[in-house]
Design a protein around this ligand. Structure first.
Ligand code: FAD
Length: 255
């Protein structure tokens, strides 16, 4: 079974995140860059299968040079090989472009199963997995809180507002998991040492036959800094606070 797990490098959500107002793009220097945790959970689902079965697990990312770090982490956790799609032309890619290029890379690796996070912590588009399924022409099972992999198919549980759904698909397929799926394993020292010797390929657009494909279709027309927060209004209770609060909420059309 060949499983490809898509992981993305994102800015640490605990740090400050800014847009570069001159380009409209994310300022990647505004905080620490880390592997998106939901991507680690996607990898955990693949590694849990590999623990008990014969499987080849590939971690893949599309991102700038420093995104190699997330692949090293994936290899340290237990993936067998890694693929970095790296090309200056990809800066500013939107979701369609990202999915198109990742699909081309997935065609090149080949796959029985592709696992992604349901949505990234930064872009939060939540559409890469469905787009991959459409482009690659394979079934999708998305937003899974649990994912069970078998030789002939996958199944899982998806939470909805009304309850839960049990979903399944035959292979090859694309699946995405949520932050409710099992916690990722810790790489450990041995894993980190072993990762240094594992194959990590770097592919440019020309390696994917994608050099002539269209650029991003979404274009940032303008950006503006969010206004600084102003101090809130303090209500001191001298016996009339409830009335004052109700009047405030009413004036603001909040009640
Ligand atoms: C006009 C425009 C310009 C942009 N410019 C930039 C930019 O310069 N730099 C930048 O970082 N982002 C940029 N973005 C955002 C970037 O396009 C999205 O992050 C990317 O397309 C994926 O969208 P998402 O993260 O919202 O996907 P989601 O659908 O929320 O992601 C779901 C899952 O897909 C997988 N995935 C998503 N992206 C990748 C990836 N790159 N590699 C591997 N797996 C992935 C992960 O498993 C992830 O958990 C831009 C977006 C727009 C609209």
């Amino acid at each position: 079974m060949k499983i490809v797990v898509l992981v993305k490098q994102v800015l640490d959500t605990w740090g400050e995140r800014r847009l570069d107002l001159s380009t409209g793009l994310l300022d990647r220097s505004s905080s620490d860059l880390i592997i998106d945790e939901v991507g680690e959970r996607a990898l955990e689902a693949a590694l849990a299968y590999k623990d008990a079965n014969d499987a080849d697990v590939i971690v893949m990312t599309m991102g700038p040079r420093e995104a190699t770090d997330v692949l090293r982490k994936g290899l340290a956790m237990g993936a067998d090989t890694a693929v970095h799609v790296l090309d200056d032309e990809l800066a500013g890619s939107d979701m369609v472009r990202t999915a198109t290029v990742l699909a081309a890379a997935l065609r090149r690796t080949g796959f029985d199963l592709v696992i992604t996070g349901n949505e990234s912590t930064d872009g939060r588009g939540g559409a890469i997995a469905p787009m991959l399924s459409e482009i690659l022409g394979v079934p999708q099972v998305t937003y899974l809180n649990s994912l069970a992999i078998a030789a002939d198919g996958i199944s899982g549980e998806r939470g909805t507002e009304a309850g839960t759904q049990d979903v399944h698909a035959s292979l090859p397929a694309v699946a995405s998991v949520t932050e409710r799926s099992p916690e990722p394993r810790f790489p450990g020292f041995k894993g980190s040492m072993r990762a240094k010797k594992k194959p990590l390929d770097t592919w440019a657009l020309s390696d994917l036959g994608e050099s002539g494909s269209p650029a991003a279709r979404s274009v940032v027309l303008s950006t503006a800094e969010r206004p600084a927060r102003t101090a809130g209004r303090k209500v001191v209770d001298d016996g009339s606070a409830a009335h004052e609060l109700a009047a405030f909420l009413s004036d603001e059309h909040l009640i």
